[in-house]
Ligand binder design. Sequence first.
Ligand code: DC
Length: 221
Amino acid sequence: MKKVIAIDGPAASGKSTVAKKVAGLLGGTFVSTGSLYRLIAYYLLSNNIDPESPVAVASALSDIKLTYRNGDWEMNGIHYTSELRQSEVGSTASVIAVYPAVRNFLLETQRNEARGEGLLVMEGRDIGSAIFPEAELKIFLTATPEERARRRLNDEKGGVFSKADLEKMAADIAERDWRDSHRETAPLKAADDARTVDNTNLSSDETSALIAEKFKELNLK
Ligand code: DC
């Protein structure tokens, strides 16, 4: 079984960028999990299956096969990228992420990635609390909603956006946070033994160095 660093936190807190850099610094494997929920959402939207129907969603799962290959997830043998960044896919992902059937379906998929030797750096919402409760290091990465909205807009619009765009994005992010942290199954929350890192005023390099240092301090054999 690999050693695990679990990085959880709210939308646009920098989890992917930071987890990738931490894996690079420590020679581990990076795995993002948000795309698993986004892939299922994309499948439902493309096949006109109602995401608001837990029964329809549960029955669609048997037609979906998710595999991790060449550093990313594939669905039924196909690698999707820009399709998954659409905001409708993101909000649908957050809707279906509340269904226990979806979370159970993805549990083993995620745990499988820790097979073998080495280090796994996995990021998501419930990695430290539900997927790997025994993770060697658990980080809860956060930043203010305004800063997270700014980062998401920088990604999406290359830094050119209005004050109204910023306000709308901050409101969308606040709504997503609320839904992710109030669902019954595996809600977004810091695991009891997680260390919270607020990176509002830190660069991704500074944040990654800090997390890699915390891992080295554990002095694991
Ligand atoms: O990280 P992201 O924005 O790509 O995630 C999309 C949605 O998937 C997010 O709103 C909540 C859900 N998600 C989850 O419930 N558990 C995870 N481990 C990862 C994502």
